[in-house]
Write a protein that binds this ligand. Structure first.
Ligand SMILES: Cc1cc2nc3c(=O)[nH]c(=O)nc-3n(C[C@H](O)[C@H](O)[C@H](O)COP(=O)(O)OP(=O)(O)OC[C@H]3O[C@@H](n4cnc5c(N)ncnc54)[C@H](O)[C@@H]3O)c2cc1C
Length: 432
């Protein structure tokens, strides 16, 4: 199986504000390891780190730089849960199974917290998140979510806000209410990824950058080829998510890459920034192609959204995103946009993260398709993959692995237009 390296993206605000300069050599020559991990985002880094902590020798290969993919360019919103309607899996997993998935979605946030604390990673972790209601019926959804979370023993503050109370969290007329969650929050994702890469290197993981894997040979031992080197390993982990492309076409066919985009304003100063978002929370609305936004540590507004299936970033991301920002915050009309960038999220057909191993090649593991909600779940995936690889299978890994994932119809060429049509239908329903 062979592949071309992923398409380039514009550099992000996070690149300009990274707090570590970390570089790793590219792979040359023939190397051996117990496990070879392909992909240097949160999934790959956390799997590698957890495996090294369990005593395995690990090589991680990254096509560009560690954190180059979605992990180092996302909205930085660390939100509870696995993201989407899990009750649809009741017929397959039963009530206990679905409850366990919901519990794991809460544990995933704690894994991120523990990772940051244990390795003292400076990444601006800030607690506080608010779901914003676009319509009154979203308030009913929040109420139901709150009841479910309380039933799961969620220990953090969850509070519904009516339209009249929203000024506590946002200075915008656009919403009819919200729900505060003090167990979710936000952080600088690239600095988290870099901190995790450093922790992995300290634990003994051998990381290689600028080493796109071009070909895989599956078998009892796996051979992983780059332009100038080769890794032979007992076990392979594919952690490329939306950037996997044709490296493994079967897995690649189950993930649809979709572009999401972010702009960062010039620094607004603390007072103006806090006027927009007084309690410095992360915020998201409830639409399918949602707006997500927050303040950075240096008091910029980072405003993200959109969902594109063309496979290429728009030429002028700011021209596309600024009107969306002004709908929420018209008071920012005079403000300059200093950074604009995008990245690929990986969408799966049933929206459950895909964590498992190949039936025909049981020494090939994968985790992908977080559908835009991966900051916490990638950390859970790393944990579950590491447990499974050292032989602690059962429990949560099996729960995910039991769920079948369909290949998107239409092949590589037509699956994006088909999904775009599906999304259009969802957006039309939102207008009703
Ligand atoms: C703009 C944007 C905003 C987002 N906002 C949020 C958010 O606020 N909260 C949230 O929870 N989630 C968010 N997400 C989703 C989240 O970022 C992802 O789910 C998560 O980072 C996926 O991590 P990953 O390690 O699986 O993949 P990635 O971080 O994409 O890493 C995959 C890596 O694999 C490498 N790779 C690909 N092919 C090869 C190859 N052949 N050889 C070697 N390496 C290869 C790539 O270079 C890449 O670095 C957002 C995503 C985007 C794009």
């Amino acid at each position: 199986m062979s592949a071309a390296p992923p398409q380039p993206h514009a550099p992000s605000y996070y690149e300009a504000s990274r707090n570590r300069s970390l570089t790793f050599a590219s792979l040359t020559g023939h190397e051996h390891a117990d496990v070879c991990v392909v992909g240097g985002g949160f999934t790959g880094l956390n799997t590698a780190l957890e495996l090294a902590e369990r005593g395995l020798t690990v090589i991680l290969l990254e096509a560009r730089r560690v954190g180059w993919g979605a992990s180092g360019r996302n909205g930085g919103q660390l939100i509870r849960g696995l993201g989407h309607d899990l009750d649809r899996f009741l017929p397959l997993l039963g009530a206990e199974g679905v409850r366990e998935l919901k519990r794991l979605g809460l544990e995933a946030v704690q894994l991120v917290r523990q990772r940051i604390e244990r390795h003292a990673i400076d990444c601006d972790l800030t607690w506080g998140y608010c779901d914003l209601a676009n319509k009154p019926r979203h308030m009913d959804d929040f109420l139901a979510a709150r009841e479910e979370l309380l039933d799961l023993g969620y220990p953090h503050e969850l509070r519904l806000l009516g339209a009249g109370e929203l000024q506590e969290v946002i200075d915008s007329e656009r919403y009819v209410g919200g729900m505060i969650d003090m167990g979710s929050g936000h952080l600088h994702p690239l600095n988290l990824a870099l901190g995790e890469a450093e922790a992995a290197a300290r634990a003994g993981v051998r990381l290689f950058e600028q080493s796109p894997v071009t070909r895989l040979e599956y078998g009892r031992r796996v051979r992983v080829h780059t332009a100038q080197g080769q890794v032979e390993a007992d076990t392979l982990v594919l952690a490329c998510n939306a950037y996997l492309g044709r490296l493994d076409p079967t897995l690649g066919g189950k993930v649809l890459p979709a572009g999401s985009y972010i702009i960062a304003t010039e620094p607004l100063g603390e007072a103006r920034a806090r006027q927009l978002i007084p309690r410095n929370m992360a915020l998201c609305d409830q639409r399918v192609a949602l707006d997500y936004f927050r303040l950075s540590a240096d008091h910029r507004l980072l405003f993200g959204g959109a969902c594109h299936y063309s496979g290429r970033d728009p030429k002028d991301i700011a021209a596309y995103m600024r009107p969306k920002m002004l709908k929420v915050f018209p008071q920012l009309a005079d403000v300059r946009i200093e950074f604009q960038w995008g990245g690929m999220i990986g969408i799966g057909a049933n929206r459950l993260p895909q964590i498992g191993r190949l039936a025909e090649h049981p020494n090939v593991y994968f985790a992908q398709a977080y559908s835009g909600h991966g900051l916490n779940v990638t950390h859970l995936a790393g944990h579950l993959l590491a447990e499974a690889i050292v032989g602690q299978q059962g429990g949560a890994f099996d729960l995910f692995a039991r769920v079948p994932h369909i290949t998107f119809p239409g092949g590589e060429r037509f699956r994006s237009p088909l999904l775009a049509l599906g999304m259009l239908w969802q957006r039309l329903k939102e207008l009703l």
